[in-house]
Design a protein around this ligand. Sequence first.
Ligand SMILES: [Fe+2]
Ligand SMILES: [Fe+2]
Length: 202
Amino acid sequence: MYEIKHCNELKHSVYKELDWLQKNYPVLYYMLVSRNEILQHSINVVKLAVLIACELELSLRERELLSRGGLVHDIGKTYWPQIYDTKYPLDEFDYKFVKFHPEAGYSILKSIKFPEEYSLIALLHHERINGQGYPFSLTNISTSVKITSIADSYDAMTSKRAYKKKVHSPEKAVEELLDDEGYDQELVKVLEQLVKSRKAVM
Ligand SMILES: [Fe+2]
Ligand SMILES: [Fe+2]
């Protein structure tokens, strides 16, 4: 059982990490800022992941990993021009692209020598602990990847996108995550507490 403690401030701000990205990996930074929907989603994912990490009192190093990995987790989607304009339902090509974006992102990151530990978040953020994820159907997943996957799914469920029908309330999104064995339930309970205390509504 993870112990929940109050976190007063998010010392590791996502905007500081965006500056870090711009300074050290300008190509990635400009790829992100040229796609506002992906940038906004990535910022939300980082904010929520860091909030969960704070509640768990994870180290600064761990929060840095969540921030830098989270910022680039969907970089593989930047080559899909119509992603957020596509109307529901997605067609076969769209689904293939969706399934491929973790590997696409990882190879982009590898090609510019982005640190491996951060790049693994991009490669593995759609894996699920019950082996139902992709691309590798892994069951043994690191805490940082598990936190990112929860933050990612929560933001996807609670945000409006052209290609999907429903937008969930924060409470409904938590309910869905609590109902899904692909997510670490102890971590989802941390998110549940954040939502109940209205810290994670976004
Ligand atoms: Fe993704
Ligand atoms: Fe995502």
